[in-house]
Design a protein around this ligand. Structure first.
Ligand SMILES: C=C(O[C@H]1C=CC=C(C(=O)O)[C@@H]1O)C(=O)O
Length: 371
């Protein structure tokens, strides 16, 4: 089904399910999270459609883009996806915004804020890589290779306003709802993967033993628990994180499961309530968002928002839009961020963002040493 993707369609390919949606019966553009769920539920009821798909932006107050498609196809896992690794065209221009040094300076400024007298405990700072190509980016040709390279994660292509596409391969599940069962799998605390198996194992052990990363992870789990608890009659939060690996990064991970108290609460409503978690913003959220606005020299748009679907029956799945790029014509803007804590070292956060860029670059067959 991944091979049937055509530009303008919506694709979400995960380890257990694949959804491809095409055409538009209705489009809901809404910035208020509660209004958004209500308007999408109404659009589904009015059209008789079973599923709506879309993308939520990072910034509170920016409009979400949700579509009731004309046609939806769903199957199981897209894996094993037999695609050869994509052979992406080499970019003709590569512009980091900010520069590596600029990013390290922003992390240092954030560390100073975190160590200061204010209330900020964690802030996630991102950077971008702007790639220019000689010809329009061929999404349909690139997607099978990206799916094949990310068997554990969710690969997505989501249409955005203005003919743009959000393309990515994320390891993080914001929330899924199946009947009354709710699952959220926050990630936070990361190290790049090693080159040899020994080095890789040592880095995994180092991550698990890192007080800075455990603290960075804990604030996300606490925030997710606090949001989900009022919606659930039971909620299970493991006592400590486990490790998950993407092809380029190790993460601390906690899989939180619950039973909804009110089956009328849709997956989209839960996603809107959870977003933005401290995995993409920080703690407290308002102070972190203000620091991000001060320290990041670009708009995040739909990076570090969410991508997913919600059904007429309330079921659905929303993933955090990470390891992604906004694609338009001959341009691709990649985004990667890292959680900054009082103990953060700017060079280490820069290396972490490079490893995060590599998820998409490798999956697209783009070779950019030192990006
Ligand atoms: C903000 C990103 O990752 C988040 C998710 C997992 C681990 C993270 C970290 O360790 O910093 C980030 O919170 C990104 O990939 O751009």
């Amino acid at each position: 089904m991944v091979r049937d993707y055509r530009p303008g369609a919506f694709l979400l390919a995960g380890p257990t399910s694949t959804l491809l949606a095409e055409g538009e019966r209705a489009v809901v553009t809404e910035s208020d999270p509660e209004e958004l769920s209500a308007r999408v539920e109404k659009a589904l009821a009015d059209s008789g459609a079973q599923v709506a798909v879309g993308a939520l932006p990072f910034a509170p107050g920016a409009p979400a883009h949700v579509v009731v498609p004309a046609e939806v196809r769903r199957t199981g896992s897209a894996h094993p996806c037999s695609a050869a690794p994509a052979a992406g065209a080499a970019p003709v221009s590569v512009t980091p915004v900010p520069s590596g040094a600029g990013y390290e300076a922003a992390v240092a400024a954030a560390v100073a804020l975190l160590r200061g007298p204010g209330e900020l405990r964690k802030v996630v700072l991102a950077r971008t890589l702007r790639l220019g190509f000689a010809a329009p980016v061929d999404l349909a040709a690139l997607l099978p290779g990206l799916v094949a390279a990310n068997p554990q994660g969710h690969t997505f292509a989501a249409p955005l306003p203005g003919g743009r596409t959000l393309l990515g391969a994320t390891p993080e599940l914001l929330v899924s709802r199946t009947g009354t069962r709710v699952v959220s799998n926050p990630l936070a605390g990361s190290l790049p993967r090693g080159i040899t198996p020994e080095q890789d194992r040592a880095l995994a052990d180092e991550l698990l033993a890192s007080g800075k990363d455990q603290a960075e992870h804990r604030v996300v789990v606490e925030a997710v628990e606090e949001v989900l608890r009022p919606f659930c009659r039971s909620l299970h939060v493991p006592a400590g994180p486990s490790l998950v690996a993407t092809p380029t990064v190790w993460h601390l991970s906690t899989r939180i499961t619950g039973e909804l108290a009110d089956p009328g609460i849709s997956a989209l409503r839960l996603a809107a309530a959870l977003h933005p978690t401290p995995a993409v913003c920080g703690t407290p959220a308002a102070a972190a968002a203000a620091a991000i606005a001060d320290l990041e020299p670009f708009e995040r748009g739909f990076y570090s928002g969410a991508v997913g679907w919600t059904g007429a029956d309330g079921d659905g799945e929303w993933v955090v839009s990470l390891r992604c790029a906004e694609v338009f014509d001959r341009e691709m803007v990649l985004y990667a961020g890292a959680g900054v804590m009082p103990a953060s070292v700017p060079a280490a956060e820069l290396a972490e963002t490079s490893a995060k860029f590599a998820t998409l670059l490798r999956g697209l067959g783009i070779d950019l040493p030192g990006a």
